[in-house]
Design a protein around this ligand. Structure first.
Ligand SMILES: NC(=O)c1ccc[n+]([C@@H]2O[C@H](COP(=O)([O-])OP(=O)(O)OC[C@H]3O[C@@H](n4cnc5c(N)ncnc54)[C@H](OP(=O)(O)O)[C@@H]3O)[C@@H](O)[C@H]2O)c1
Length: 277
């Protein structure tokens, strides 16, 4: 398993599992649990969820999937911006712990920036850390200016990750956010690594994958895994597709492949607004 080293030295898997739109009352929840457990068995032990996803029902599904196997899992959840006040963050975290049926969240993120001052959220994160309810904290959907503001706050440098949209079709962060994060060893968690599924039919990716005997999804994830300090969190409700995604760990793209991908999906030529869902 390729690993990403967090500030402080802890290593986490560079390929994990997303859970958006999982556990929201569909008929195949047993299949979704099986998909997550298949991922864990394959070493995709970083699981990303959020209080927002199905109003806690995705967290509850994750709680079921990790029952009896909590220790190998690196659990990520997120507080909604409207809850991210000094006291609201603590209460949100305690709700998430109940949904997840665990005593700690390994990485707790601010889902996106809202009206509560970042300083209050950071204070709450630090208190949750001291109380053993979370082990690390980070942010999501923060652009370079937000990150500068965060880093200037007391304890702001303790932020270990920024989760942002990053995939072959959305490469804007390569201009500034990604190199800055790499320089300070702040992990970038790439959400929508498959472009919410839209990359899987891209003819150029399908053709490149065919040459390696893999699918377009595998290629799109292998491209992300080739970057330092990047953690990809594809979501799939199917064990078979989780296996296909895990195959990215064994695919090494050649310099020619990477050049071809640059032609198909050009890198940014200047600063771009942060892409968001
Ligand atoms: N911080 C944020 O604001 C934010 C925003 C968006 C997402 N996220 C996180 O990032 C995770 C990933 O993003 P995402 O779920 O939006 O998009 P994604 O992972 O890019 O794509 C998910 C879509 O691709 C399909 N898929 C997955 N593997 C596939 C494969 N091998 N072949 C074909 N189709 C495949 C899935 O369908 P099936 O499930 O049917 O396989 C689903 O429709 C989320 O689940 C969530 O945890 C965070």
């Amino acid at each position: 398993m390729k690993k990403v080293i967090l500030t402080g030295g802890e290593e986490v898997p560079a390929l994990g599992l997303g859970t958006w739109k999982m556990g929201i009352g569909e008929a195949d929840e047993a299949g979704q649990i099986e998909a997550l457990q298949t991922g864990i068995d394959l070493g995709l032990t970083l699981i990303d969820t959020a209080e927002m996803y199905g109003d806690g029902r995705s967290e509850a599904l994750v709680g079921q999937a990790i029952r009896g196997r909590r220790d190998p899992v690196f659990l990520v959840s997120k507080v909604l911006p409207q809850n991210a006040s000094r006291q609201g963050t603590i209460e949100a975290c305690e709700r998430s712990l109940r949904h997840l049926a665990t005593d700690r969240i390994d990485l707790y993120l601010l889902h996106w920036r809202g009206n509560h001052p970042l300083a209050e959220t950071v204070e709450a994160f630090e208190r949750l850390k001291r109380d053993g309810k979370i082990r690390h904290w980070g942010v999501s959907n923060l652009d370079p200016a937000d990150i500068r503001e965060l880093l200037a706050l007391p304890d702001g440098v303790n932020c270990v990750a920024n989760q942002v949209m990053y995939n072959l079709a959305e490469r804007g962060i390569e201009w500034d956010l990604l190199p800055d994060a790499q320089a300070r060893q702040m992990a970038i968690m790439a959400y929508c690594p498959l472009g919410e599924g839209q990359l899987i039919d891209h003819p150029g990716l399908v053709a490149l994958g065919r040459r390696h005997g893999v699918t377009a999804a595998t290629v799109a994830l292998a491209w992300l895994l080739a970057r330092d300090g990047v953690i990809a969190i594809p979501k799939s409700r199917s064990a078979a597709r989780v296996r296909e995604n895990a195959a990215a760990l064994s695919l090494t793209l050649s310099a020619e492949d990477l050049d071809e991908l640059d032609r198909l999906f050009p890198p940014p030529g200047g600063p771009m607004p942060l892409a968001m869902t």
